[in-house]
Design a protein around this ligand. Sequence first.
Ligand SMILES: CC(C)(COP(=O)(O)OP(=O)(O)OC[C@H]1O[C@@H](n2cnc3c(N)ncnc32)[C@H](O)[C@@H]1OP(=O)(O)O)[C@@H](O)C(=O)NCCC(=O)NCCS
Length: 185
Amino acid sequence: MRTTLSRYRNIAPQHWRFLANRHDRPFIDPDLGITGLHFNLSHTNGLVTCIVGAIEEIGVDVERRDRDGGLDELAHVVLAPPELVRFTRLPRAAQPEFFFAHWTLKEAYVKARGMGLSLPVREICLDMASPQPTISFATPIDDVPSRWRLWSLRPTEEHIVGIAAASAGEPMSLNIRQSCFIDQN
Ligand SMILES: CC(C)(COP(=O)(O)OP(=O)(O)OC[C@H]1O[C@@H](n2cnc3c(N)ncnc32)[C@H](O)[C@@H]1OP(=O)(O)O)[C@@H](O)C(=O)NCCC(=O)NCCS
């Protein structure tokens, strides 16, 4: 994350300092005097994803889609009722892809909000029928769906990445860079 942030401002990686909000969301220490630069990160076995932007409300999540079992129980905890109907109608082999695409976008959204899983994810409903997914909220979540842009990416065979960013109306674009860790030891 430090190396990535240093691509965007003239600060050496070791000089970045971070604070965290009460839900543990890290942010750049305001005492560094950096404005207009925000980030979020997610990691799982085999992939780290960092998102950097000028928008404060950005979030990212990565999951492996080959994670074992328990999807039926998890689906009842994570998916909104209309999503659960779509999930149960799918052939077994298509369910993991559907589940993790929804899960990563929901987690990206709650991370963008900076509140983590204290937000009830079943109250978030996604429509992924078109290439640009859309979001809606049940009453407990006080938010405006049209603020959000969502991306669901497949950077490797094993991984699904969800990205959420809130816009103040300006157009947004996503630049994707992939790096490979080189173990120098
Ligand atoms: C944030 C959260 C969803 C992360 O889920 P995860 O799938 O286990 O982890 P990910 O790899 O996707 O993300 C981890 C990274 O997200 C960031 N992060 C941590 N808390 C965050 C939050 N609330 N919002 C946004 N980003 C957060 C950190 O950079 C973290 O990196 P680290 O593990 O190296 O410190 C989960 O840990 C959570 O809900 N935390 C909130 C806990 C909370 O609300 N605590 C207060 C209790 S009242």
